[in-house]
Every structure is written in C-alpha cells, then in structure tokens.
Design a protein around this ligand. Sequence first.
Ligand code: SAH
Length: 478
Amino acid sequence: MRYLPIWLDVKDYPCLMVGGGEVASRKSEMLLKAGASLTVVAPTLCKNLQASLERGDIEHRAKHFEADDVQGCRLVVAATDDECANRRVYEAAKSAGVMVNVVDTPELCDYTNGAVVERDPITIAISSGGGAPVLARAIKARLETLIPAAYGQLAALVKSYRKTVKARVPFEHRRSFWEGVLSGPVAEAVLAGQTDRADQLLQQAIDDRVDSPSADGAMGEVYLIGAGPGDPDLLTFKALRLLQQADVVVHDRLIPEAVMNLCRREAERVYVGKLAADHSVPQGEISQLLVDYAKQGLKVARLKGGDSFMFGRGGEEIALLAENAVPFQVVPGVTSASGCGAYAGIPLTHRDHAQACVFVTGHTRDDSLDHLNWPQLAQPRQTVVFYMGLKNIAEICRRLQEEGAPSDRPAAIVEQGTTPAQRVVIGNLTDLPERARKAEVKAPALIMVGDVVLLQQQFAWFEPSHPGASAFRFRHKL
Ligand code: SAH
C-alpha cells in the first residue's frame, strides 16, 4: 500500500485554497462539507465561489498568493492554472510543515482525495494512488449502485442505539445481534424510509433478545418487485438488492432467466406463472403462499413482470398481506409500455403529436371489451397502449375506427420488447391485424396506437442481436 488511508478531522480548522476558478470551487466543496474553515486566496472568484462568499461559507483574500498565507493552516490546496504559482504554494506549505495538495500533480501532493462515495456518516474513498483516476471513478460508480442511498440513515440509527445495545445485549450475542439488525426488517425499514418503524423494530429486537437471547420465529417480509419488461438492466437498484436478500422467490412466467439469475443461488424458486386463460396457480393461492412463507420468517421476493401495479394484480396480492399484518414493500418496475416505447423508439408523449397517454387492457376477465371507453380511446393527439391485446387486435382496431379514428392512424406492435428477440411491426388501424398475423407475432406484445408510432422510423436505436429480428422489423415497416 503506497498511501495511508486516513480520515482527517478538519472541522473548524483553518484551511487554505489558492485559486479562485472552477477547479478551486470543486475542491472547496469537499472541504466545506467536512466543516473546514476555508480561506480562498485569489485575485478574483468564479461564480460559485462568489456565491459561497456571499453565503458566508468562505473568507476571501483578494490578492495573489504569498508564502505567509499558509501560516496557521491545517492544509493547503493549490488549484491555480499557473504551474509556477502552484509550485510556490507547495514550497511554502512544505517549509511551514503544512499538508499540501497541488491539484492534478501527484508528485506535489502530501495527500489526495480519491473518488468519494458519500452516505454520510459512511464515507468510502477510492484511491488509485494517483495513477488511474478514471478507474477509481468507475469503481465509485459501481459502488454508488450497490450501496443504497439510505445507508447513512442506517449508520445513524445504529450509532444512536450503540450504547443501549452494549448495556442490554450480552457481549457474546452482540455481533450476531447487529448482523441480524443490518440484514433484517430494521435495515429494510430504514431503506424504505420508515424511520419510526425501524426505531420500533430495533427497540423490539433489543427487548426480545434480552428476554430470550436466541429468540427466533420472527415475521418475515414480502417484497413485491416489478422486474421490468425483460432487459435485466432495467431492474431498479432496490429490486436487485431485495432480490439478493430473498430466501424465496415467487415468480411469474414473464420473468426472464437473466433476471432470475440475479437471485441468490440458495434461494428457493417458486413458479406461479400464469397464461391468460390458464391460471396455473389461482390468485388467492399465490397470496396465501406469500403469507405462509412470511409467517415462517422468510424474506419473500414476489417478482412480477413490468410494474406490479400496472395490470399486474399487485393490489390483490398485497391485500391479503395487509390483512395478515405481514410487512411488505412494493418496488416499482419499468412497465412494458415505457420499456417498449423506449426500445422501439416510440415516445409515448410528444409535444407535437400526443399530449396524453392511456394504458388500457385489451383482455378482460369476461373477454368482452364492451366496457372500455371507446369514444375516448379513439380521440386524436394521444397515445393508446393496449396491454394483453394481441388476441383481440382485430376488434381493437375495428372499434377505434367505428368511434371515428381514421383508418390510417398509425399503430404498432412491439413483441418481446427490450429483449434480444424484440420485434416491432408498424402499420395502421386498417392493416395492423393482418401484418401481425403474417408476422406470427406472439405474446407478450403491446399494441400502441397514435401518431407517435411514426417517429419509430427516425428513432429506432435498439438493434436486437436476434438474427431474424431486425431484418423482420424493416420488412414490416409501412
Ligand atoms: N405488469 C406488466 C403487465 C402485465 S400484463 C407491466 O407493467 O408491463 C401482460 C402484458 O404486458 C402482456 O400481454 C403484454 O401486453 C405486456 N408485456 C409485458 N412484457 C412485455 C414485453 N417485453 N414486450 C411487449 N409487451 C409486454
């Protein structure tokens, strides 16, 4: 290890920034965050530093640097664009015994800052020893995705209970106690923004532990997770994190293997997939299954395609959880209309073409589309997206026209959107059913109706690697 990682307390210590430009401003930010008492030496200040001065965050010596400026400082940063001036700062700091950093000049640095991931009070700094700052930043970006934003609050909660736990939980149980807290419902409550509940749960955990140190049988939790339309990269950070914690994963048919591969290897997988007409496990049973697993103290990920609250019966599943007082969280997913629009190059709204977007089901329990508001769906200047509409495509196109939609209103089908097998078939209300039949489009597929569909010719950017897919798409353009 070439450099020693240390966390320096600069709160209220005098620190000096030499330079008044953008770089100096960026470097100042970190010092100010850490509470330094910062003086900037520079003839003029950039806009940001000027604003800091007006807020009273910094002091300003409006002049060129002189060796005396470093007197009494804890550390000095040279951030001018003049190499000679920077070197003079370095030499003055050295002879005064003050730590110095000359920006972007590792050989003139007593210390460097590296790339920083902040989850205050947790701070992670990554150093490449000055050799590969781009790599350090890439690692930072990785960590940013892995560490939930609320970890800071979690650290604060742990800190506020440290003394109590020390007093009440015997030493030999303390470590496993904290491990339980950090990987269980307390941490989850913090990450879900439920700080009062986290507080209660932690208090409860302390009481339980004191009453019976090996207490078990705690209630599990259910995470209703929207897995997005297919591309596993469209999962949210939260979905990924909860998925990797789950003991059991209860999943639908539309969840791609690539998403399933993100579950823990040891997690039990339960398939409850449904085909429109063939409900392999009735809804009531699925909900009961979730309750039963949670009551065994397990963490259950209920994975659903797209977004669970968008034609996903998410509301029905959590109703039974709520009735049984099973804690749950709902994690939104990218709904297929969003995913397919994005990957097909069809903006769902557009100032010139569509001021509204309607998501409609094209399949109902009684298999009748009578109760849809057809006159409204036929209106211009909107995009209408039909989920589960493939089987009824002919009726959908016909009814829209009967209610006054022009026969040449653009319409598209996106099949297996966002996946390598994505196909887009473009047509209009007259010819789309026939085009879909010829193309042998299969579920899952969305029907999109509206002028925005025409933009696809200009905006299609996603070229699936599936060999037949892209050629097919172009053959079926208007
Ligand atoms: N909750 C899901 C929708 C479930 S209903 C969501 O938010 O997307 C199932 C319907 O979603 C399918 O019939 C199809 O119309 C649509 N769908 C789901 N994934 C799709 C995909 N990758 N490409 C096209 N349509 C998709």
